[in-house]
Design a protein around this ligand. Structure first.
Ligand SMILES: N=C(N)NCCC[C@H](NC(=O)[C@@H]1CCC/C1=C\[C@H](COP(=O)(O)O)NC(=O)[C@@H](N)Cc1ccccc1)C(N)=O
Length: 171
């Protein structure tokens, strides 16, 4: 963890983590003194293996995931950047996602790279990366599935009011 008040944020422009102190409003590139260097190094090493290559220390209780969403006509919002009016059935959406799942689990392609073109979520433009989130932010089905994963693990097909998802937990 980080010393009091400090948190890790992500600079999109530099694609690097930086450290921000909410109480003093100070921000800096290097970890604040008092951050356990061994822990930080170990964390950074494991985390850089994530496909998005974006590093950053999770605040307590937060995890970071990417997901690939396929919507269907019963989705709460059957529309996306990919398709204005989504009419496929839930069964068809599941079949499509099964195809994606096979390609990802066979190692042919990474979820992050497939999400860019295939995900019905706006996070597609960020390779499916949802950033860090804690409990209470996502829909329950999604949250339960995401928090049940170990870092690096990919879920089976998860159903939520948004549609059907594959989730990869990074941290
Ligand atoms: N980091 C957060 N806290 N962002 C708020 C998430 C809100 C949350 N969303 C969900 O639970 C599902 C699972 C993941 C994506 C998602 C739904 C939808 C797609 O479904 P639809 O709403 O059309 O039904 N995508 C989103 O929300 C996107 N803003 C996610 C995102 C996009 C770009 C960058 C980061 C995150 C909810 N409580 O509704």
């Amino acid at each position: 963890g980080l010393p009091d008040g400090w948190e890790v944020r992500h600079s999109n422009s530099k694609n690097l983590p930086y450290y921000f102190n909410a109480s003093t409003k100070e921000s800096r590139w290097e970890p604040p003194s008092g951050t356990d260097p061994e822990k930080l190094k170990a964390y950074m090493a494991t985390y850089h293996s994530g496909p998005s290559g974006i590093a950053g220390l999770p605040a307590e209780g937060k995890i970071r995931c990417a997901h690939l969403l396929v919507k269907h006509r019963d989705s709460r919002r059957p529309s996306s950047w990919r398709e204005n009016n989504i009419t496929r059935s839930k069964e068809e959406a599941i079949e499509i996602l099964r195809g994606h799942e096979q390609r990802i689990k066979s190692g042919e392609i990474r979820l992050a790279d497939l999400a860019v073109s295939e995900s019905d979520c706006s996070s597609a433009r960020k390779k499916g990366d949802l950033g860090f989130f804690g409990r209470g932010e996502m829909q329950k089905e999604f949250e339960d599935a995401a928090f049940a994963l170990k870092p690096g693990e990919i879920s089976s097909i998860v159903e939520s009011p948004s549609g059907v998802h594959l989730i990869e937990r990074y941290v």
